[in-house]
Design a protein around this ligand. Structure first.
Ligand SMILES: NC(=O)c1ccc[n+]([C@@H]2O[C@H](COP(=O)([O-])OP(=O)(O)OC[C@H]3O[C@@H](n4cnc5c(N)ncnc54)[C@H](OP(=O)(O)O)[C@@H]3O)[C@@H](O)[C@H]2O)c1
Length: 272
């Protein structure tokens, strides 16, 4: 989802982009990774095991991609002398905070997916001094299954739906994150950890209402419910709001407010 938007943006800019799908490169193979990334000036690792619930039963498989694969990409970037942008997640935090997480806040993942992504962060820091680690959250985009597409479909099919109101975060458009990645590289920001999410905050219920409105339906058909009514294998962080002070300090403007960005994104995402 992120990779395709990033490649499209870079091609629009006329950059020399080598886009590698999983068929082209399995990042769990260190030799293939080193060979594929030879000559790169900038490497952006968008590859991940992102099936959060499946990771609970397949943590070793998720670890192979999110930690071992991240290490292989980081080592290859270092060997080649490339700057590395690595994408991580709000799931490295426990979600118990009540104010936005600064990038330096202690991590405490509560799920298998979060543990594997946290291990990936350590691997990137250990293997590639010239890294830009970007944590994101609540991604949606045109190129892949995502929350808005599911909500719009279910709303049309069923005419009413319940959505959890006790998990708060920052819905973030992959096109905006792609743009932020490019701006971070252009600005040659200091190596370190940054948060790449939209600003403001809402619950999944609040976001679902905005989605249903954008789909031309009555937002009142979305009723609030709680996480207790929707138990899933992996625990979800209750509070996934990430702070952007490190971006501002580096002179890079954060992505705008989630509701304003959704207004821009909705047509393209729901048509995707
Ligand atoms: N989606 C979110 O809400 C969210 C939230 C926070 C952070 N993130 C992070 O943001 C980044 C991008 O997420 P996304 O939503 O764009 O993910 P995505 O759509 O699931 O894309 C991940 C890509 O990685 C590929 N991949 C998986 N295993 C691989 C391997 N061994 N070698 C090479 N490629 C492999 C997948 O290929 P296949 O499709 O063939 O498996 C897929 O193309 C990830 O680091 C993710 O952890 C996402």
């Amino acid at each position: 989802m992120l990779g395709q938007d990033l490649v499209a943006l870079l091609r629009e800019r006329g950059e020399d982009v080598r886009a590698l799908s999983r068929d082209d490169l399995d990042v769990t193979d260190p030799d293939a990774t080193a060979a594929a990334l030879r000559d790169a000036e900038v490497v952006v690792n968008c590859a991940a095991w992102t099936a959060v619930d499946a990771a609970e039963e397949h943590e070793a498989d998720a670890f192979a991609v999110n930690a071992v694969g991240a290490a292989a990409v980081a080592r290859a970037a270092t060997t080649t002398g490339a700057r590395l942008v690595h994408v991580s997640t709000d799931y490295v935090f426990d979600g118990a905070a009540t104010a936005p997480y600064p990038a330096a806040a202690p991590i405490a993942p509560a799920s298998a997916y979060g543990r594997t992504k946290a291990a990936g962060e350590w691997a990137v820091r250990a293997e590639c001094p010239d890294h830009v680690l970007v944590r994101t959250a609540w991604l949606y985009g045109a190129h892949g299954p995502c929350f808005p597409k599911t909500i719009a479909r279910v709303a049309r099919e069923r005419g009413a739906l319940d959505v959890v109101d006790d998990q708060v975060g920052q819905p973030t458009w992959t096109a905006d994150l792609a743009d932020l990645v490019v701006r971070l590289v252009d600005a040659r920001v200091p190596a370190g950890t940054y948060h790449g999410t939209a600003s403001g905050e809402t619950s999944w219920h609040g976001f679902a209402r905005s989605v249903v409105s954008a789909a031309g339906l009555d937002p009142q058909i979305v009723s609030p419910t709680t996480s207790d009514a929707f138990v899933r294998p992996a625990p979800r962080p209750a509070y996934s709001v990430l702070g952007h002070d490190e971006l501002t300090a580096a002179g890079v403007a954060p992505i705008g407010r989630w509701d304003e960005r959704w207004a821009v994104a909705a047509a393209a995402v729901l048509a995707g």
